[in-house]
Design a binder for this molecule. Structure first.
Ligand code: HEM
Length: 135
């Protein structure tokens, strides 16, 4: 469940985050594959990266998860989580990789939002990311 502290911050920023995802996503992947080129060999599909559909899926699903938490505070979007978990498990993805995506995704968000990425905003979205990753 989203904390009472984060809820109003997510309410105020979900619009801008959702709107900026198309701009944030390429920077996130560029930064991550620069640091971890091995993830492009065997883990992420190169053709999916090229056609640009999957790249939006990851960050987009976090905004969708946040929106679910705002509208249904007592539940998780189980179907979506199950689909993502099955996909990740089929790829042999380990929990240890979640900090990798976190680091590069939040780096790209902070760079895109600039001064709007206040510590309060970053902390609230951190909470959403880890709720989803842990689920
Ligand atoms: C909270 C963090 C994460 C979220 C919300 C997330 C979300 C998603 C979503 C929505 C999909 C598409 C599933 C489908 O096919 O319907 C996906 C696929 C995928 N995810 Fe994640 N993911 C996360 C973390 C990670 C991490 C840490 C890695 C690896 C470092 C990863 C690697 C992949 C890969 C390789 C695919 C398949 C897509 C492709 O072939 O390009 N994900 N993820």
């Amino acid at each position: 469940m989203l904390s009472e502290k984060s809820r109003p911050v997510i309410e105020q920023t979900i619009g801008v985050i959702a709107e900026r995802i198309p701009a944030i996503t390429p920077e996130f992947y560029k930064s991550m594959f620069n640091a971890r080129p091995d993830l492009l060999d065997g883990m992420f599909s190169r053709s999916n990266q090229k056609n640009g559909t999957q790249p939006q899926a990851l960050a987009g699903s976090i905004a969708a998860f946040a929106s679910h938490l705002l509208n249904n505070p007592d539940s998780y979007p189980d179907e979506v989580l199950s689909r993502v978990a099955h996909k990740h498990a089929s790829l042999g993805l380990l929990p240890e990789e979640y900090p990798t995506v976190h680091e590069h995704l939040f780096g790209a968000i902070a760079a895109d939002l600039g001064d709007a990425a206040t510590p309060e905003v970053v902390a609230a979205w951190d909470e959403v990311y880890w709720l989803m990753a842990d689920a």
